[in-house]
Design a protein around this ligand. Structure first.
Ligand SMILES: Cc1cc2nc3c(=O)[nH]c(=O)nc-3n(C[C@H](O)[C@H](O)[C@H](O)COP(=O)(O)OP(=O)(O)OC[C@H]3O[C@@H](n4cnc5c(N)ncnc54)[C@H](O)[C@@H]3O)c2cc1C
Ligand code: SF4
Ligand code: SF4
Length: 1024
C-alpha cells in the first residue's frame, strides 16, 4: 500500500488548512459578506467534485450576492492565506474546478448582462451568466455568441473563458480566446484591473503585460519549436499571444490582447468580474449533409478534404453510436433517414449563412466531392431544419446512452480531446484504438472531426487498484496516447483544459523552460498563490489516487460503500460490465453492499445537465432556488457521500437518516424529470422513496404523514360525511388550526369531499362485467379496465365518468374494479411517505385484482398520472413478482390507450368542435406524463377535435406535486415553481381552455390562476 504522505508534502491545492483556519475564515465571511457561507461537510462535499474523476474537499463554499461580496471575500481569503477557486457550473472534465480552496460559486447571483452594444456586436457580461441565457437575450437582435459548447445550457461565460472552451462550430468561429475582447478581473492583491489590447493598458496591467512580453521574447525559440500548431490547443498559458502559433490568429490585426492570457488560465491568475465578448450575426439558414462511410478510416481520411468546402461543423458519429441510436425506437426513423445501408461512421457536415442558395450550392459540392473520393450516393442531403434538429438530438442522445453504462467500469475522460492535424487523423485514431485494445478496453469515437479533436473515453474501473486497475491503465494509455500526439504534432489538451488530469502533461507538451515561464506568469499575476493552486503549474500527478472520487484500495482513503438493506429492488444497477463488449453481468451480481442503491446513485457523473432552465422538467426545485443542494446532482452527491460514510456522524447503516441527506432531499418533488432527462438516468424520485423509508424508520412518521398516506384507506368513510370532512375549509380559523397542528398550509384549500363518489354511484352498473371484458379482449375487440384512483374516484368523479363515456362511445368494452366499502389503490400516497411495506400491500392487492384481466390482454387504463405510472414504475421494484410485470405491460394512461387505438383504427370517436371552434387550447403535462413520454398522446387526442390546435405549455413541475404544495413549509417554493412558467402562460391566455391530467396540477392552477383546468377525458366527453 502506498504510504500516506504527510500533508506538507502533498501537492498544492490538495489539502485543507487546519480546522481553526477554516472556522476563522467561515466566521469572518459571515461577519463581512452578504452571500451564503457554506462550510458544513455536506455542502463542501457537493462542491468537492466536477465532471472529472477527482474529488477534493474544499475549505468552504461562498456564494456571493454581487461583485462587492466577491471583493470582500477575496480580501479575507488573502489576509488568511486561504486559496480561492472561482467556479461556474462545475462541468469541467479535468478536475480544474476542485481544490482545497474557498470555492466561490458565481452562478446564483453574478449572471447579468452589463452592457449590450448591438451595432458593434459587443456585450459585457458577469461571469456566472450561462451561455444559453445570453444567447436567448441576443436572439431578438439577430446576434449570438458562437462558442457553442455542448454544455451551453449549463456552462457559464466565466467558466468557458477559464477553460478556453470550444464549440462544435469552432472551425468557423474559433475558440473562446478568439471571441473575448476584454476582461475586468481581481488580482490576488485585491486590485481590480482592466485587461484588453495591451497598447491601451496602463499601470499594473501594462506592467504585467510587458513582463510577460519579455518572457515570450526570451522563450521565442522554444515557443516556436514546442507549441502545437493546431487551433485546438488549450493547455498551458497562452504565452503565444505575443508570437502567434495558432492556425487561427488571436486578433485580426495581429495585436496583443492581454485578456487572452486570462482565457484558459483555469482560475489560476485572476478572478474574472466581467467579460467583454465579440458577438456574431445569427446565420439565417443551415443545411446539412450526412456523409456515410463504409469504413471509419475513410471518414477520418476525408475530413481534411471536406473542411476545404468551408463548413461550419463537421461532426463524427461512429458505428457504435449509430447502432445504439437504431436500437432506440424513438430515434430509429431519424437515423434510418440519415444513413445509407450500414455505415461504419457518418460525418454531419453543416453549412450555415444568410444566403440559402449559396449553402445549397455548397451542399451540392459536398456531394460531388464525395463522389470524387469514391463515395457516390453516400451523402444524405438535409436542407430543412426539422430533420437536421432531429439528427443533432440523436447525436446527443447516443452519447448519453454510452455514458449510462452500468457497473463500476465507466468511460473515463482524460485523453478525450487530443487534437491532431487533419492529415494525421486517420493514423492517430487507428493507433489509439490499438492502444485501447492492448489495455483490454475500447472507446467510442465522436465529435469534432473538423478540427481534429475527436472525443473518446476508454472504459476503466477507477476503483480497482493494482497493476490492472483503472489508475495504472489510465497512466499507461495516457503515455502511449501522448507519444502519438507528439508523433502527429498535435495538442494533448485540445478542448477541456488541463485541470488535474492533464496538469502534469503541461511540461511534457511545452518543455521545462516554458514550464518555468508559466511559473513566472503565475508569479507575476498571483504572487500570493491565492488562485486555484495546483493547476497548470506545480500540479499533482494525474493518477494520484488520493484525489480520486472513487479511490482504489491502496489510496489513503479508499472508497467504500456502507451496508444497508434497501427497501426497493436496485439489483438492475448491481452489475459489472466487460470493458470491451460492454456486456453487463446478471442483476444483483455487482457486489454492491447496498443492493445496487449506491451503484444507482454513483451513476451521476456530475456532468451538470440537471442545471437547466430550458424545456423539460428537470429540476424544478433547482430552477427556483438555484442552490446546488436542490439540484439532482447535489442530491446524488449527498447520497453518495452518505452511502460511502463520507459525511460526519455517518450513522452506520442509518446514514440515510441524517439531517444532511434530509436537507438535500427536502425539495425534491419526486417529479421523475431526472429519470427521463438525466443522461445517465439518475432516478431521484425513486431514490427519494428509498431515502424516506430509511429516514422515517429512524425518525418516525408525523400526524400529517399519516393523514396523507392513509387517505385511500379512510376516503370511503370520510366521503360518507362530506360536510364534516369539509369543515376545515368552512369554519373560520380551522385552516389556521390545521397549519398549526398538522402543518397543512392555511393558504391552501383542500380537495372538496363529496358523497357522490365514483364508487357509490349507480352508474357503476353500466360497466361491463369482468367476464364480458375478458371475452371481448380474447376475441380481439378493444377492452379496458378503468383503474379509478383515489383522487379521481373520491374528489372528481366526473373525470372517471367522462373517461368511461368516451371509451364506450369509441367502441370499447369497459370494466372497472369494485370493492365493498373501499376501492383499490396503487399505494402512491404510502410511497410518497416512504411507507414501502404499506405501499407494497396496496399495490399488491390492486395487481392481484388486475392481473387476470391483464393476462387476458385487457388494457389497464388510468386517469391520474402519478397513480397509473406507479404500476409501470415503482410496482416493478417492490418485489411483487411477474404479475406486476404483466399488469405494467398493459397499463396505459387514458390518452395513451385511446390515441393508440384510434390511430390503429380499432376505436372511432366522433367529436364536435370547441365552443367557439377556434378557441385556444392549452395543455399542461403532469411531470410523470412527461417522464414517460405520454404528453404527446394528449396532444394527438386533442388534435382530433375539429379545428383544435392544442398548444403544450413549456413548463416544468406545477409545484403542487402530490401533498408537497399543501405543506406549510413548502407553500412558497411550490408557488414559485408554478410562477416559473405555468401560471404566467395561463394568464397570458385568459380565454383558453386548459387541459391538465394531474389532479394536483388542476388544484395548483385553480389556486394560482383562479382557472378551471380539465382532465382530457372531460373535455372529450363534452364534445361527444
Ligand atoms: C457532457 C459534457 C460536454 C462538454 N462539452 C464541451 C464542449 O463541447 N466544448 C468545451 O469546450 N467543453 C465542453 N465541456 C467542458 C465544460 O462544460 C466547459 O469547459 C464549460 O465551458 C465549463 O463551464 P463551467 O461554467 O462549468 O465552468 P467551471 O467548470 O465551473 O469552471 C471552469 C474553469 O474556469 C474557472 N473559472 C470559472 N469562473 C471563473 C471566474 N469568474 N474567474 C476566473 N476563473 C473562473 C474555474 O476555476 C475553472 O478552472 C463538456 C463537459 C461535459 C460534462
Ligand atoms: S444527476 Fe444526471 S444530469 Fe445531473 S449531474 Fe448527475 S448525471 Fe448529470
Ligand atoms: S425527481 Fe424532480 S425534483 Fe427530484 S431531483 Fe429529479 S427532477 Fe429534481
Amino acid at each position: 500500500m502506498r504510504p500516506d504522505r504527510p500533508d506538507t508534502l502533498r501537492p498544492p491545492g490538495t489539502v485543507r488548512p487546519p480546522n481553526e483556519t477554516c472556522h476563522a475564515l467561515e466566521r469572518r465571511l459571515r461577519a463581512h459578506t452578504r452571500g451564503d457561507v457554506l462550510f458544513d461537510a455536506a455542502s463542501r462535499g457537493r462542491y468537492a467534485t466536477d465532471a472529472s474523476i477527482y474529488q477534493i474537499d474544499p475549505v468552504g463554499v461562498f456564494v456571493p450576492v454581487d461583485a462587492d461580496d466577491v471583493a470582500a471575500a477575496l480580501d479575507i481569503a488573502r489576509d488568511m492565506k486561504v486559496p480561492v477557486l472561482p467556479r461556474g457550473a462545475g462541468t469541467s472534465q479535468c478536475g480544474q474546478t476542485v481544490g482545497a480552496a474557498l470555492v466561490v460559486d458565481t452562478t446564483r447571483h453574478l449572471r447579468k448582462v452589463l452592457e449590450l452594444d448591438v451595432p458593434n456586436r459587443r456585450v459585457v457580461v458577469e461571469p456566472g451568466l450561462v451561455l444559453d441565457h445570453l444567447n436567448a437575450q441576443l436572439r431578438p437582435h439577430g446576434l449570438w455568441y458562437p462558442v457553442d459548447v455542448s454544455t451551453s445550457a449549463q456552462a457559464t461565460l466565466g467558466g468557458m473563458a477559464g477553460n478556453n472552451s470550444c464549440g462544435s462550430r469552432s472551425i468557423a468561429y474559433g475558440n473562446m480566446v478568439h471571441n473575448v475582447l476584454g476582461a475586468t478581473a481581481w488580482l490576488s492583491s485585491g486590485e481590480l484591473l482592466e485587461f484588453g489590447p495591451l497598447a491601451s493598458l496602463s499601470g499594473r496591467a501594462r506592467r504585467i503585460g510587458e513582463a510577460v512580453r519579455e518572457l515570450a521574447e526570451t522563450h521565442r525559440a522554444d515557443i516556436e519549436a514546442r507549441w502545437p500548431k493546431v487551433m485546438r490547443r488549450v493547455g498551458g498559458y497562452n504565452l503565444d499571444i505575443f508570437c502567434n502559433q495558432s492556425e487561427r490568429p488571436y486578433t485580426a490585426d495581429g495585436s496583443v490582447n492581454l485578456a487572452h492570457l486570462l482565457v484558459g488560465s483555469e482560475g489560476t491568475l485572476a478572478f474574472t468580474r466581467s467579460l467583454a465578448l465579440q458577438l456574431a450575426p445569427l446565420p439565417r439558414a443551415r443545411v446539412l449533409g450526412v456523409v456515410n462511410f463504409p469504413s471509419f478510416r475513410k471518414a477520418m481520411e476525408s475530413a481534411q478534404h471536406i473542411v476545404q468546402l468551408g463548413p461550419t461543423a463537421v461532426e463524427l458519429v461512429d458505428r457504435i453510436m449509430i447502432e445504439l441510436s437504431l436500437a432506440n425506437p424513438a430515434f430509429r426513423p431519424t437515423v434510418e433517414a440519415a444513413i445509407v445501408g450500414r455505415p461504419d461512421a457518418v460525418l454531419l457536415v453543416e453549412f450555415a449563412g444568410d444566403d440559402r442558395a449559396e449553402l445549397l450550392r455548397r451542399l451540392a459540392s459536398l456531394v460531388e466531392l464525395m463522389a470524387d473520393l469514391g463515395l457516390p450516393g453516400h451523402v444524405v442531403e438535409m436542407p430543412d431544419e426539422a430533420p437536421q434538429k432531429a439528427l443533432w438530438d440523436v447525436r446527443k442522445a447516443g452519447l448519453n446512452i454510452m455514458m449510462s453504462l452500468k457497473g463500476d467500469g465507466k468511460p473515463v475522460s482524460f485523453i478525450e480531446d487530443c487534437a491532431v492535424p487533419l492529415e494525421h487523423l486517420a493514423d492517430y485514431t487507428d493507433a489509439l484504438t490499438e492502444v485501447f485494445a492492448r489495455h483490454g478496453t475500447h472507446g467510442t469515437w465522436y465529435a469534432h472531426a473538423s478540427v481534429g479533436t475527436l472525443h473518446v473515453r476508454p472504459i476503466l474501473d477507477m476503483r480497482r487498484g493494482g497493476p490492472d486497475g483503472g489508475a495504472a491503465k489510465m497512466r499507461a494509455i495516457a503515455e502511449e496516447a501522448s507519444a502519438l500526439v507528439r508523433r502527429f504534432k498535435g495538442a494533448y489538451s485540445g478542448e477541456h483544459g488541463d485541470g488535474l488530469c492533464r496538469g502534469e502533461w503541461v511540461e511534457w507538451q511545452f518543455g521545462t523552460a516554458l514550464g518555468e515561464a508559466f511559473r513566472a506568469i503565475k508569479r507575476e499575476f498571483d504572487p500570493a498563490h491565492l488562485f486555484n493552486p495546483g493547476k497548470i503549474v506545480d500540479t499533482p500527478k494525474m493518477d494520484d489516487a488520493a484525489l480520486f472520487r472513487f479511490a482504489p484500495p491502496e489510496a489513503p482513503r479508499p472508497y467504500r460503500r456502507i451496508e444497508i438493506r434497501p427497501v426497493l429492488d436496485w439489483s438492475a444497477w448491481n452489475v459489472q460490465n466487460d470493458p470491451v463488449t460492454e456486456r453487463t453481468t446478471a442483476p444483483g451480481t455487482g457486489g454492491d453492499t447496498t443492493g445496487g442503491f449506491a451503484m444507482a446513485v454513483e451513476m451521476c457523473n456530475n456532468n451538470g445537465h440537471c442545471r437547466k432552465f430550458d424545456a423539460g422538467t428537470m429540476c424544478p426545485s433547482y430552477r427556483v432556488t438555484r442552490d446546488e443542494r436542490h439540484l439532482t446532482r447535489g442530491r446524488a452527491n449527498t447520497l453518495r457521500l452518505a452511502l460511502s460514510g463520507q459525511l460526519p456522524d455517518p450513522l452506520g447503516p442509518d446514514a440515510l437518516a441524517s439531517d444532511d441527506v434530509r436537507d438535500a432531499m427536502e425539495l425534491c418533488v419526486g417529479c421523475k424529470g431526472c429519470r427521463r432527462e438525466c443522461p445517465t438516468g439518475v432516478d431521484m424520485a425513486r431514490m427519494k422513496i428509498e431515502f424516506l423509508a430509511h429516514y422515517k424508520a429512524r425518525h418516525g412518521h408525523g400526524l400529517r404523514d399519516r393523514l396523507v398516506a392513509r387517505l385511500p384507506d379512510y376516503a370511503h368513510r370520510a366521503s360518507a360525511l362530506p360536510w364534516l370532512a369539509n369543515l376545515r375549509d368552512a369554519l373560520p380559523g380551522a385552516a389556521w388550526l390545521s397549519e398549526k397542528l398538522l402543518g397543512l398550509s392555511a393558504r391552501r384549500s383542500l380537495p372538496r369531499w363529496r358523497a357522490d363518489t365514483f364508487w357509490r354511484s349507480a352508474d357503476a352498473a353500466n360497466f361491463a362485467s369482468r367476464d364480458d371484458t375478458v371475452a371481448a379482449a380474447r376475441a380481439g375487440r378493444p377492452a379496458a379496465v378503468l383503474f379509478v384512483d383515489t383522487f379521481n374516484g373520491t374528489f372528481e368523479s366526473e373525470n372517471a365518468w367522462a373517461a368511461a363515456r368516451v371509451l364506450r362511445a369509441a367502441g370499447c368494452t369497459v370494466h372497472t374494479l369494485a370493492r365493498a366499502g373501499a376501492h383499490h389503490c396503487c399505494g402512491r400516497t404510502y410511497l410518497a411517505s416512504g411507507r414501502v411495506d404499506d405501499a407494497r400491500r396496496k399495490a399488491g392487492e390492486l395487481i392481484d385484482a388486475l392481473a387476470p384481466l391483464a393476462e387476458a390482454g385487457v388494457a389497464v387504463v388510468g386517469l391520474e398520472p402519478s397513480c397509473l405510472f406507479t404500476l409501470r414504475d415503482e410496482a416493478l421494484v417492490m418485489g411483487l413478482g411477474p404479475r406486476a410485470e404483466t399488469v405494467a405491460a398493459q397499463a396505459l394512461m387514458f390518452e395513451e390507450y385511446l390515441a393508440r387505438e384510434l390511430d390503429a383504427g380499432r376505436l372511432h370517436l366522433p367529436l364536435g368542435p370547441l365552443d367557439p371552434p377556434g378557441r385556444r387550447l392549452l395543455v399542461h403535462g403532469h411531470c410523470h406524463q412527461k417522464a414517460f413520454g405520454a404528453v404527446g398522446a394528449v396532444l394527438r387526442l386533442l388534435q382530433r377535435i375539429p379545428g383544435a390546435k392544442p398548444e403544450l405549455i413549456e413548463s416544468s413541475c406545477c409545484g403542487m406535486a402530490g401533498s408537497f404544495g399543501y405543506e406549510a413549509e413548502h407553500h412558497d417554493v411550490s408557488m414559485q415553481m408554478a410562477e416559473a412558467a405555468l401560471l404566467p402562460a395561463l394568464r397570458a391566455a385568459p380565454d383558453a381552455i386548459v387541459v391538465a391530467d394531474g389532479t394536483s396540477c388542476r388544484h395548483q392552477i385553480a389556486d394560482g390562476a383562479r382557472r378551471e383546468a380539465l382532465h382530457v377525458a372531460r373535455l372529450l366527453a363534452r364534445l361527444l
